[in-house]
Design a protein around this ligand. Sequence first.
Ligand SMILES: Nc1ncnc2c1ncn2[C@@H]1O[C@H](COP(=O)(O)OP(=O)(O)OP(=O)(O)O)[C@@H](O)[C@H]1O
Ligand SMILES: [Mg+2]
Length: 502
Amino acid sequence: MSIKAEEISALIKQQIESYESDIEVSDVGTVIEIGDGIARAHGLDNVMSGELVEFSNGVMGMAQNLEESNVGIVILGPYTEIREGDEVRRTGRIMEVPVGEELIGRVVNPLGQPVDGKGPVETAASRPLESPAPGVMDRKSVDEPLQTGIKAIDALVPIGRGQRELIIGDRQTGKTTVAIDTILNQKNEDMICIYVAIGQKDSTVRSTVEVLRRYGALDYTIVVSAGASDPAPLQYLAPYAGVSMGEEFMYNGKHVLVVYDDLTKQANAYRELSLLLRRPPGREAFPGDVFYLHSRLLERAAKLSDAKGGGSLTALPFVETQAGDISAYIPTNVISITDGQIFLQSDLFFSGVRPAINPGLSVSRVGGSAQVKAMKKVAGTLRLDLASFRELEAFAQFGSDLDKATQAKLNRGERTVEVLKQGLHKPLVVEKQVMIIYALTKGFLDEIPVVDITRFEEEFMTWLDNNKPELLASIRDTGALPDADEMNGAIESFKQTFVASE
Ligand SMILES: Nc1ncnc2c1ncn2[C@@H]1O[C@H](COP(=O)(O)OP(=O)(O)OP(=O)(O)O)[C@@H](O)[C@H]1O
Ligand SMILES: [Mg+2]
């Protein structure tokens, strides 16, 4: 057999051409210490901060502290099976969540896995948990209203699409209710809602989901839940998972509302894992970067410019205070990041003023420019009037002799408080809000007994539906306030039919 030189060289050439290195540079380390959901590993020299790593039993972790001789890893799952000496490998990926329409109507954990027992979620796309916020040039100022359907919010502290409005208050002051009612009111608003429940009892989350389902709100809502029994890393990641799911819609030109209920628990979870990672504790034992924890989250809320599709992501973060102390560490941090806050006060709540919004301490810094014109006109000075009524009321308790003007102010204030009360899960459309607030501010309610105000409002709304649908339609369609004669005429003719209870 003769050896042909050309044949051999052709073979070698072919080999060289199709040569592929199959030596995978997968850095592998060894667990040197494990406990409390934190592992330390030696040998992962090239690992990136925030990178996913995999333990030999398949449990995933996230590299957090990169030190000279070892890496601190947060374990995202059951850690009792992991032993000292186990292998841990890099994956080269950072944390991602599945995103897309398929998630709508589902309850998922912060990793995007369903927890509602309705089978797997088949999503086509995913997004990294941490991604940069839209830049300055990609944004536009807030110019469209987000109707919460809650009179006290839409009239006093209006929220615009793309805004970040903090909802703050003690425990059991109706915070979650504000979120749920706002979500319920988005029914025909072409808005996708994401409710992120952090550190809540599973039973509470369940009843929230039940309410959403009952009112048909689950058709446009995703619930992301990291319960009280979930490990701290999941609670820490939950808000980022929520906002990443929202961004997918925002960048596709849609409008999104994300509710974080609540960030206090997220900060606590982050404190727990930071302390276990032996990061130095600062004020209230929170780590030094707890501000960044919330600022990088809330900066991802935006109203995009028209060139970027004009989508928006509105954020409603919640913070729980202790005994109404809004000057504690986390509350002041989040207040300084957001575009305003709604302060819910427990003594108002217990005296029956619900939603228990404190008009003096609540503010919305950008929503006013997005408010429906008619509402802006009728509710212009309502918040300040109400705040001054509260002061006057406290003062008036001392003296009995009041001058006429003060008496009239108190009289109006009492009725304002009544009008702004609103029951559970009863969002009101903006045109009806405008009508009742118009009636209030023009003095039509002044001679109605305070006890009758709620009934007056209810009957007035029904009367309007039956007798003046065109008036409501004109406010809804144009956003402008109709002619004063027309408004006054309608209110006067309804008042003829209204029977006071005494
Ligand atoms: N506008 C309202 N009218 C009547 N009841 C209300 C209203 N808002 C809230 N409630 C009731 O008050 C209770 C507490 O409300 P909610 O759970 O919203 O408060 P929270 O501040 O979220 O509480 P937590 O601190 O436990 O999370 C609930 O039972 C709710 O039904
Ligand atoms: Mg709550």
